[in-house]
Every structure is written in structure tokens, then in C-alpha cells.
Design a protein around this ligand. Sequence first.
Ligand SMILES: N[C@@H](CCC(=O)N[C@@H](CS)C(=O)NCC(=O)O)C(=O)O
Length: 210
Amino acid sequence: MYTLYYAPGTASLVVHWLLIEIGARHELRKLDLAAREHKRPEYLALNPAGRVPTLLIHGEPMTEAAAMVMHLADAHPNFGLAPPPGTVERARYYQWIVFLANTLQPAFRHFYYPEEAAGPEHADAVRTHAARTIDAAWDQVEAHLVRRGPYLLGPSVSAADFLLTMLMRWSRNLPRPATDCPQLGALAQRMKARPGFRLLYEREGLQEWA
Ligand SMILES: N[C@@H](CCC(=O)N[C@@H](CS)C(=O)NCC(=O)O)C(=O)O
């Protein structure tokens, strides 16, 4: 049994989406970020950084969205969302998950929280630099998809594509959205056509980028 602390459209989205895709029994606990519910002591006891998401697995708290993605794919192997450990495909899967979580996601954090890196007086510069990092990452993923697509691991979808899709969604209002790249745009369309995506949107009350 899983319990997901989430806020619509945030880093919890990919975890919520995977819970739906694998049909896992789960409870949702929505946090109002504007009301700073994620900074209350009872939530900080679960997630000391005061960020979303937090996933309770049989009551045990887990943080870090990308780690949850990998765990859910492994814990529900029937859905084929992660290649078997020890294979070259698994190595590529790790590579893409870590790239997304370690390069792209932090650049989005800098873009959307630009005062964090170097104070409010440098926010514009941080945001400009973050947008450049994000653009370069899209170019890298697009070039990979041209050679080895149509999904990150080639012919079939993996949990990494769900993480990628969430990050593409975050770029929808940037000067250069990910979906301007043809392969990324096509991948996003395929992911959005999944029935789980529609249910996710309904449950989170999302409309943009439907
Ligand atoms: N590395 C963390 C980052 C999570 C994160 O930055 N979450 C954002 C929403 S997308 C958040 O909680 N923002 C509110 C805050 O930092 O106060 C993860 O992937 O779980």
C-alpha cells in the first residue's frame, strides 16, 4: 500500500502517474504549497527538505521522485518499465534516469526558484543560465532519439520516459518548449495518449499541456 503526498503538476506528478499505470493501490494526500503545508513539522518529519513528493511504502517514508520512479518500476516488474538488472539496457536506463534527475531537474529548480542559487540579486542571471542548460539537455535528448528512439531505451517505453515527459511538461511556457524538437514532441504525444495520463489529469485537476 502506497501513500503519496503530492501537489498538482509538481515533481510528484510522475510518481502519481506511475501509480496509476501499474494499478497500485494508493492513497493521495494533497499538499497546498501556497499555504506552506509542506513546511509544517509533521511533513518535515517525513521529508526533511520540505519538498514534494513523499511516498509512504507500507508507512515508511521515501523521498526523491526519480528514486520512487525506479523503485515502482522494479517493485512491479510485470509492467516491463525497467530492463533487468545487470544488462546493457539497464545501464542505459540508469544513465537516462540519472541524467534527467541530475542535470535537467536541477536546472528546472534553478529556473523556477532562481533566487535559491545565488540570492535574489542574481535571479535573472541564474534563470538565463538555467534556460540554456535546459535547452542543451533537450538538444542532447533529441539527438539521442533521432539515432536510438523512438523512446529513450529504443523501441519500448520505460519508466525513464515518464520522468522525461514530466520534465517536458515543465518546459511548456519556456521560450523553447521541449516539444519544439520533433522527436521529443512525438514522444510527448505518445505518452499523453496513454489512458493513465488522462486519469492523472482528472485527478490532479490539470488542464495545461493536455
Ligand atoms: N529532488 C527532489 C526535488 C523536489 C522538488 O523540488 N519539489 C518542488 C516541487 S516540483 C517543491 O517541493 N517545491 C516547494 C519548495 O521547495 O518549497 C525530488 O525530485 O523529489
